[in-house]
Design a protein around this ligand. Structure first.
Ligand code: GDP
Length: 140
């Protein structure tokens, strides 16, 4: 498998509890390199645009209000098979179902406040990276 890039967000529940470093340690231990990173506070409109794919889902309001409630840390991660590797270290969406040692098992508070986002496919990774970063921001 070739070197890939994926997009990650450390979510508001985690930044609020000062867990950025602890989560980055897990990402790096999984073999992922943080090649871009910035802490920002999304507006509601920016969160709605990012999660537009979920706009018809019943939890869209709750999700976008949460994602714009406090700062996030947006990241680009690089590594072999990075998309799948990141999904593995994140753990299942619902922390109750997440495997031991995963970020969501260790840190997530609930299905909604689940500490981390990660792209699920190469197309979404490219779109999500471009939404937050320019090519000049990516330093491998
Ligand atoms: P992910 O790829 O594992 O993040 O999961 P999804 O793409 O299915 O959902 C996106 C995000 O929406 C999840 O990470 C949760 O934060 C949130 N979410 C999913 N389902 C629910 C739900 O039933 N209620 C709430 N409040 N949030 C949800």
């Amino acid at each position: 498998m070739a070197i890939q890039r994926t997009f990650s967000i450390i979510k508001p529940d985690a930044t609020a509890r000062n867990l950025t470093g602890a989560i980055n340690t897990k990402l790096e231990a999984a073999g992922l390199r943080i090649v871009a990173q910035k802490r920002i506070h999304l507006s509601l409109a920016q969160a709605q645009a990012f999660y537009a794919v979920h706009s018809e889902r019943p939890f869209f309001g709750e999700l976008t209000e949460f994602m714009s409630s406090a700062p996030i840390v947006a990241q680009v991660l690089e590594g072999e098979d990075a998309i799948l590797k990141n999904r593995e270290v994140m753990g299942a969406t619902n922390p109750a179902d997440a495997a031991d040692g995963t970020i969501r098992k260790e840190f997530a508070l609930s299905l909604g406040e689940n500490s981390i986002h990660g792209s699920d496919a190469p197309e979404t990774a490219a779109e999500e990276i471009a939404y937050f970063f320019s090519g000049l921001d990516l330093v491998g």
